[in-house]
Write a protein of this length. Structure first.
Length: 255
């Protein structure tokens, strides 16, 4: 039986340290993963973060909103102290929970969904009036989660433990492959990655990007791609497994 992605070259654009699992899955399905990180993640080390970590025991709950927040946030914590035992830990999605587990923070509570809306439905976050909650995240980002928790009466602070940056990358070899028709699909895991790809690829490459099927593991990311002008956008289930499932299903239906 022919492998479902045989003869297909799939662009993997996520940060280099997070690309291995998806690349492996594409390869196992017979495809050719083309690694071109369009986002770089850098740790934040500043006085504001360390001061917050030093008073982590003053909080009732800590929320990690992404695998990066789990990796960089938990690492920043263990460099300075132990995890406070009474603190409740929450992860936005199973992938973030798995990363916390790798960092030594076990049994974090996580919803099945991959977004703030799913997290806010957890029973443990319904009655938070008067509670102090810290959100580990990257510099900037959505305010929806914090605003929602404040409306429920919580006191919320941010622990910004990483920042996103545009990588320095030579897109020439990738463009040459694309022009030859050797890039059959693109995976993106954030709207920022999509826009960074356009910057790195330039005008000619952006036209190729818009004409290539783009796979996104969340409807909000897919909608951002549609607004950007991508002609064929496929929203998949969450995480690497969801992206891989979406790729396999698409190429089985479009041989």
């Amino acid at each position: 039986m022919t492998a479902p992605l045989a003869g297909r070259s799939i662009l993997v654009s996520r940060p280099a340290h997070q690309a291995a699992a998806l690349a492996q899955g594409i390869g196992d399905a017979g495809g050719d993963p083309v690694l071109f990180p369009a986002l770089e993640i850098r740790a934040v080390v500043d006085d504001k973060l360390t001061a917050l970590i030093d008073r982590l025991h003053d909080f009732h709950a800590a929320i990690f909103i992404s695998p990066n927040a789990a990796q960089f946030g938990a690492h920043s914590i263990v460099e300075r102290r132990t995890f406070p035992a009474p603190l409740q830990y929450f992860a936005l999605g199973p992938g973030t929970a798995r990363e916390l587990d790798l960092q030594g923070l076990h049994h974090a509570t996580a919803p099945d969904g991959q977004d703030s809306e799913a997290l806010l439905k957890l029973p443990e976050l319904q009655n938070v009036a008067g509670k102090r909650i810290v959100i580990f995240r990257g510099v900037g980002g959505r305010e929806f989660l914090a605003e929602s928790l404040r409306l429920r009466g919580a006191m919320v602070e941010y622990a910004e433990c990483y920042r996103r940056a545009l990588p320095h990358a030579d897109a020439g070899p990738l463009l040459a492959r694309w022009v030859r028709g050797e890039i059959h699909a693109v995976t993106i895991t954030s709207a920022e990655i999509l826009h960074n790809l356009a910057v790195l690829l330039g005008e000619a490459g952006t036209a190729l990007l818009r004409a290539t099927p783009v796979f996104a593991p969340h409807e909000k990311i897919a909608e951002a791609a549609r607004r950007f002008g991508v002609h064929r956008v496929i929203a998949t289930p969450g995480g690497d497994a969801g992206l891989l499932q979406g790729l396999v299903n698409w190429f089985r239906a479009h041989p």
